[in-house]
Design a protein around this ligand. Structure first.
Ligand code: HEC
Ligand code: HEC
Length: 323
């Protein structure tokens, strides 16, 4: 017996030392730095089409995090809708200011960050989504808009607040949150006439609806979205701007818990204006006000075509418990 406790004590000692060692390592490493991805040196040409599309994409996919409401510019803000356990996190100033914004970044460096999550200094950017499957044309449109004379992106000297990540975030970025690779070939969106393929593109590539609408960020699969657990079946626990829990909804074609009983008109109103048959929708659900009705219809058709999941979320008022 004595020997047993001695061995147990020894094992526990090793485990405790390993944990302490890991914590010290994580604290020392902090937010990791990687080799900078190779950025193309070619500057993105600003065509009128790109500027218009870019504005619409930035409005849909960047403003919620980067807009500073005090000056109506993309000069950054505190991220109040991240869990308290993450510490205090801040989005960056992405205006054209050369010292405090991204005025000195090349277009290639901005693209590399959007694809991989790695900044021009090699540091991994936390919370910032990776636009893995977004088409090259859409990415170029975002970059063209960031370089435009639109007031949101005009140089603003507000410094980006230093990140104050918790030990939990440092642990996550040293274990599960990793950069994604640069695409090795051209990323091209399917033609809108191929409605289902185009709808899929909008859901996984352009707008990344699946990230919020699958079971959990932890089990999402950025490289192969359909392998995310509970793909588009809702139930991901998010936070609103007041830090209050809000659950994403089931977008599969299940009638009852999903949107199987909706028509394209119901869906378009929900996505563009936040008016769902279940009542008004709240942040962090974005309002895709500039999305065309044709794009909304393509997304709707695609969602009706994917495997149905039965998963009730709070607005279903107790039909089936949230998983
Ligand atoms: C969920 C919130 C969120 C969304 C959506 C988001 N960002 Fe960010 N972004 C951040 C945060 C937070 C940082 C700072 C991260 C850090 O410093 O580790 C950041 C950093 C950046 C940076 C790096 C700037 C620097 O100086 O380090 C760029 C460029 C950027 N974002 C561009 C964009 C663009 C363009 C979009 C839309 C296509 C976008 N972001 C969408 C949260 C977000
Ligand atoms: C940042 C996270 C986020 C993203 C990105 C997002 N959603 Fe949502 N969505 C939510 C949340 C949270 C709700 C629930 C809102 C509420 O309860 O008021 C919601 C609700 C909805 C609803 C209402 C469903 C119902 O049963 O009433 C629809 C439809 C919807 N989203 C579609 C989409 C589509 C399509 C996309 C991509 C184009 C998308 N969402 C992207 C978070 C998100």
């Amino acid at each position: 017996m004595k020997k047993f406790f001695k061995i147990l004590g020894g094992v526990l000692g090793v485990v405790v030392l390993a944990v302490i060692g890991f914590v010290v390592w994580v604290q020392a490493r902090g937010i990791p730095t990687y080799d900078k991805p190779t950025a193309s040196t070619v500057a993105v040409a600003a065509t009128p089409e790109r500027l218009e599309l870019g504005r619409s994409l930035v409005l849909a996919s960047c403003n919620d995090c980067h807009m500073n409401k005090k000056n109506n510019k993309l000069s950054g803000q505190q991220m109040l809708d991240t869990p308290k356990e993450f510490g205090s996190l801040y989005s960056a100033n992405i205006t054209q200011d050369k010292d405090h914004g991204i005025g000195n970044w090349t277009d290639g460096e901005v693209i590399a960050l959007l694809r991989t999550g790695i900044g021009r200094d090699g540091r991994y950017r936390i919370i910032m989504p990776h636009f893995v499957h977004m088409s090259d044309e859409d990415v170029n449109s975002v970059v063209a808009f960031l370089r435009s004379d639109h007031q949101w992106v005009q140089a603003d000297a507000t410094p980006t607040h230093a990140q104050e990540p918790s030990l939990l975030v440092k642990t996550l970025v040293n274990t599960v949150m990793k950069p994604t690779p640069m695409p090795t070939k051209a990323v091209v969106a399917p033609a809108p006439t191929d409605q289902l393929a185009y709808g899929r593109y909008l859901v996984v590539g352009r707008y990344q609806c699946f990230e919020c609408h699958s079971k959990s960020f932890e089990t999402n699969n950025a490289l192969e979205p359909e392998k995310s657990e509970g793909y588009l079946g809702g139930g991901n626990h998010l936070l609103d701007v007041n830090g209050v829990d809000i659950v994403s909804r089931n977008l599969t074609g299940d009638s009852g818990t999903g949107i199987g009983d909706w028509n394209a008109g119901d869906f378009t109103k929900a996505v563009k204006f936040g008016m769902s048959p279940n009542g008004p929708l709240h942040a962090p659900m974005p309002k895709y006000s500039t999305m065309s009705d044709g794009d909304a219809a393509a997304i709707f058709a695609y969602l009706q075509s994917i495997p149905k999941i039965k998963n009730a979320t709070p607005e279903d008022k107790g039909a089936v418990a949230v998983q």
